[in-house]
Design a binder for this molecule. Structure first.
Ligand code: KG4
Ligand code: ZN
Length: 342
């Protein structure tokens, strides 16, 4: 089965073609980051307009790159949510229209299920069941994954997502957008333990997260330095390291707890923040100590992409799932309400 995947939930247009026999045949990404950078974050209206400009030409290019004709495509998968409603509607409308024109089924995919499946595109993918840490700009969740499509929410952030906290702290440090990779880069120059930031909610039981207090703590530290003698480049690097270390340790403590509570021995990390090297290193040591295994995707498949949506769509379409012609876009969509795949 050959599936066209379309991702337009936020500020990247991703178009890919996944073949269940031959693997990934095309994977194109257009990032709007430079357009949004001057506003310090994603401007929803501009995002929708840019998806409209880019999606169809990218589909045409993906067909060319994969040596496919429209008649070779068996189904279309698009991100139906969660995300920016205008941006989602672009991908949904194009997918439904092409599905109707080509006479093939289409299916709306949950963006975080797409992320969760990204490590399946790598060699040596995880076996089910496993614990998944989904860490992106919009979500921080621990999920128990029993089988494909069968998800149990174990814990989630009560306020900011981890990626959102990275982005906001980067803004406080005047680093630019998106903040995660910029903080990670600056943290390399930071002096260890000059600042020690709190590890929120780690001293009580449970698997929920909270990152907004850590963000405020960071802001207060920056303001104190500014009030004293003005913040220096070294201060910025030290704060970037202290913040990143606090997020990484908090995530690691909760992942360890989720593995121990569930008795599972595989941890999958996915979403933009799973590209963070300090996080990968800390989770690798933790899983090694527990004799558990850690799985993640290459960096390009941690952040938004069309390949993960094409892959997820292929699993669902191959299981006989598809949708009516109604256009389906859901800004909010709990993942544990999804239909199991098998
Ligand atoms: O999954 P993603 O591309 O989009 C959403 O679904 O939100 O995640 C984007 C988020 C941003 O907040 C970005 O700052 C963060 O992932 N991110 C990182 C890194 N690369 C991307 N955070 C920490 N370290 C990174 N290397
Ligand atoms: Zn994402």
């Amino acid at each position: 089965m050959r599936v066209l995947g379309i991702e337009t939930s936020c500020d990247e247009t991703g178009v890919a073609i996944f073949d269940s026999e031959k693997g990934l045949l095309a994977d194109l990404l257009y990032s709007q980051v430079s357009m949004h950078a001057e506003y310090g974050g994603v401007v929803p209206e501009l995002a929708s307009r840019d998806h409209i400009r880019k999606t169809l030409p990218m589909i045409s290019e993906a067909l060319r790159v994969s040596d496919s004709l429209p008649g070779d495509i068996d189904g279309i998968a698009y991100t139906a949510g969660p995300g920016l409603i205008g941006a989602l509607l672009v991908g949904a409308s194009i997918s439904k229209s092409l599905g109707l024109a080509w006479g093939i089924p289409s299916i709306g995919i949950h963006h975080m299920e797409g992320h969760l499946f990204a490590p399946m595109l790598e060699n040596d993918p995880p076996d089910y069941p496993f614990v998944a840490l989904l860490v992106s700009g919009g979500h921080t969740q621990l999920i128990g994954v029993e089988s494909p499509g069968s998800y149990e929410l174990l814990g989630e952030s009560r306020d900011d997502a981890a990626g959102e906290a990275f982005d906001k702290v980067a803004k406080m440090l005047e680093l630019g957008y998106p903040g995660g990779p910029l903080i990670a880069e600056l943290a390399i120059q930071g002096q260890k333990d000059r600042f020690v930031f709190p590890r929120p909610m780690t001293d009580r039981p449970g698997l929920d997260f909270s990152f907004s207090g850590l963000k405020t703590y960071t802001l207060n530290t920056i303001q104190d330095l500014n009030d004293k003698s003005g913040i220096t480049d070294q201060d910025r690097a030290d704060i970037a390291l202290a913040f990143q270390t606090a997020v990484v340790e908090t995530l690691t403590i909760k992942c360890k707890r989720a593995l121990q509570q569930s008795g599972l021995t595989s941890l999958v990390i996915a979403g933009g923040v799973s590209a963070n090297l300090a996080l990968r290193t800390a989770l690798q040591s933790m899983t090694d100590r527990l004799s558990a295994s850690l799985f993640y995707a290459r960096a390009a498949f941690c952040t938004d992409n069309g390949a993960m949506i094409a892959y997820a769509g292929c699993q669902r379409l191959a299981a006989g799932q598809s949708e009516e012609l109604t256009i389906n876009a859901r800004p909010r969509w709990p993942m544990d309400t999804l239909e199991p795949i098998k």
